[in-house]
Write a protein that binds this ligand. Structure first.
Ligand code: ADP
Ligand code: MG
Length: 252
């Protein structure tokens, strides 16, 4: 498998604090790669560096060989490196389906979309993108509530809608930060199936996650951070037997 995303010697300092320290690894085309580690290990910071929401203090991120670190997040998203949408970026007054329809535009136009503009775009693009939006909604089990205003959705559905919006932008790499957080066992198992389904659609997945059973089930490879440094990288089986990882994280 080819390397899609290359993380090279990434360092991020916040004042005197080194949140991510000289971390290198690659994400291969078609894989699910998870980043794990204790609280404060630097996972979210690394995630934000990989999606260009943060600028590194040193090092770089390359996508298909081209440097993307330092570019604006919407420029990176347009190239195909997309992080799922947080609840705050979902258009709450629009329906579930309208949110997915306008996501096609987000890839081209992420920085320009205002709320008002968005709903007229959704109406305009209905004919062109309605079918693919419906297909994505069915895939995520949201078809029954597609005409509900996003504002009425419970937390779990909002999370699924965030993934739907991400998928509608037709990403090459989808980045997910703790997609299973706060979910019960059944919800997690469903979400695991969704992420596996995303990969079956040919999307490469980079995931930060705390839920170890889910991580071990879903990941092709895992990168382990501790105090900002990469302490291990390998398959779930390798990681579970790694002494450093057990001491720093899994053993507790
Ligand atoms: P994790 O996601 O693994 O729990 P984070 O990447 O969120 O860890 O944080 C790593 C370290 O960087 C922590 O010590 C955290 O307090 C610090 N940190 C994260 N973001 C900032 C920020 N914007 N400003 C200052 N310190 C930060
Ligand atoms: Mg975090």
């Amino acid at each position: 498998m080819d390397d899609l995303l290359q993380i090279s010697r990434l360092t991020k300092q916040f004042g005197g604090l080194v949140a991510v320290s000289d971390v290198s690894f690659s994400v291969r085309e078609g894989e699910i790669l998870s980043i794990i580690g204790p609280n404060g290990a630097g996972k979210s910071t690394l995630f934000k560096l990989a999606s260009s929401f943060l600028r590194p203090t040193a090092g770089e991120v390359r996508f298909r060989g081209e440097r993307i670190s330092g570019l604006a997040p919407h420029v990176v998203a347009r190239r195909g490196v997309v992080r799922t949408f947080q609840e705050t970026t979902i258009f709450k007054g629009m329906t579930v389906r309208e949110n997915v329809i306008i996501a096609h535009q987000l890839r081209a136009n992420a920085s320009l979309l205002g709320y008002y503009f968005a709903s007229s775009v959704a109406r305009r693009d209905e004919a062109e993108f309605g079918r693919s939006a419906d297909e994505i909604l069915a895939f995520l089990g949201l078809d029954g509530i597609r005409n509900d205003p996003a504002v009425t959705l419970p937390h779990g559905h909002l999370r699924a809608l965030g993934i739907a919006i991400g998928l509608a932008t037709n990403p090459t790499v989808l980045l997910l930060d703790e997609p299973f957080a706060g979910m019960n066992h059944d919800e997690t198992m469903r979400a695991v199936e969704i992420v596996l389904g995303v990969r079956r659609r040919g999307v490469t997945v980079l995931l930060v996650e705390h839920d170890m059973p889910a991580v071990m089930q879903i990941s092709d490879r895992i990168v382990v951070l501790n105090f900002g440094e990469k302490i291990a990288e390998g398959t779930p089986a390798e990681i579970q037997q790694n002494q450093k990882v057990i001491e720093a994280y899994l053993g507790v």
